[in-house]
Design a protein around this ligand. Sequence first.
Ligand code: COA
Length: 197
Amino acid sequence: MTAFVSSSAFADAIPFAVIAGEESGHVHAREALLDAAMGPGRTRKSSEQIRAGRLPADGLAFSALRPDGSLVGTVRLWNVAAGTKDGAGVPALLLGPLAVSPESQGTGLGSLMMRCAIAEAARLGHGAIILVGDPEYYARFGFSAAKTAGLAMPGPFEPRRLLALELIEGTLDGVAGVVAPTGCFMLEASSQMGLAA
Ligand SMILES: CC(C)(COP(=O)(O)OP(=O)(O)OC[C@H]1O[C@@H](n2cnc3c(N)ncnc32)[C@H](O)[C@@H]1OP(=O)(O)O)[C@@H](O)C(=O)NCCC(=O)NCCS
């Protein structure tokens, strides 16, 4: 297990949790946490069409864990093409879902997970992160709709909530089209068990 917080600039930011790479043993707790934080409608989101049946991007699925090892937060990023430019798909990441256990919301943990995820995506050389979410929350991490006017999700979405952060300047200049999944498919057995879904 890789603990990012204890070895990073974010060390001791949240005394009750560390952020680690997601493991298969976290999957059931993650699904329960997402149900508790986001409600049953979460699986009908257009982002889910991009995630369904795929694995998260390599090294970019995170769990926030309490000292006893129980799950208190989750965030994952997914390989996508953020539309096309000059006839070719533009590699990017889709972030989500991000969620913190209801009893621990408002403690700064969501922000810590966002900063860890962004830092790790940048370290791995990714050019941009897109997400569908509230601009009032995600603006603090640098996300905006400035570069997403030409993009669409593969289902209903509010344009003001389709946001992006460039990790390499200019990655999203001139992109247009529907955000499409490009990540690896889950094996059927893993899919049925919900592993890494
Ligand atoms: C959204 C979420 C991940 C944020 O994590 P968190 O640990 O509670 O947030 P933090 O403690 O880092 O930040 C709290 C701040 O974010 C604000 N905030 C939280 N959710 C917000 C939202 N949807 N829109 C605007 N602001 C929001 C809080 O008002 C608070 O503001 P303040 O710093 O001015 O007091 C968490 O609240 C959650 O799991 N919510 C339910 C799941 C969800 O909606 N996820 C997707 C978000 S679009």
